[in-house]
Write a protein that binds this ligand. Sequence first.
Ligand SMILES: C[S@@+](CC[C@H](N)C(=O)[O-])C[C@H]1O[C@@H](n2cnc3c(N)ncnc32)[C@H](O)[C@@H]1O
Length: 204
Amino acid sequence: MERSRIETFIYKLSHWISRIHDLILGVDFEKRNDEWNGHRYPYEPTVHLSYRNLKKYIYQLYKDGQTLNVMDIGCGKEKMLFVFSNLPVASVAGLEYVEVLADTARRNIDLLSEKGKIKVPIDVIYGDAEIYNYYDKYNIFYLYNPFDEILMERFIDILNGSISKHPRTIRIIYCNFFYEKVLFDNGFNLETEFYYKTRVYIKN
Ligand SMILES: C[S@@+](CC[C@H](N)C(=O)[O-])C[C@H]1O[C@@H](n2cnc3c(N)ncnc32)[C@H](O)[C@@H]1O
């Protein structure tokens, strides 16, 4: 089998594993929402393929003595919030533009909390990264393809305002890093890269 077909196969397999995982947890992270909202991309959860390396990366930061306050920009149904809440982080939050997704995220949190599956409390905010302006608490941002270059510029512009007010090291974990140029243009440097299609950018 040629490489791209193997990759497609692994990618599809990963989605099937995610479906089984959903069934075990009693949630529905996998079902997509194909609604486009202008510059905002529709809901699709991060694939399982990324988890192992992401977890390793977060554990390394923790071992290095970092206090991590994480926000998922475009958190959808809270799949990655759930993942982060089981890692050594101080706080976890998600921002979501689609109200029905934010509501689903909150329901999933309640359900998983009841089952004792959430270690760090999670905050879900219904809002738009184009105008949302309360990032001061956070130093790690997770983005899985939430929006296009125009909104990426807007988000980074607002984040830069927060960094000027409260200087701190910021890391952006960006899966499917289509618009990384916006990050480089704004003083971020590539810190590391891992499978699946994930890059981490840092600004000191
Ligand atoms: C590809 S999904 C990723 C979902 C989740 N982060 C994950 O990895 O499983 C992108 C999400 O970003 C949300 N989104 C798009 N534009 C947004 C914006 N301007 N502000 C907040 N959320 C946004 C979408 O509604 C969608 O749920």
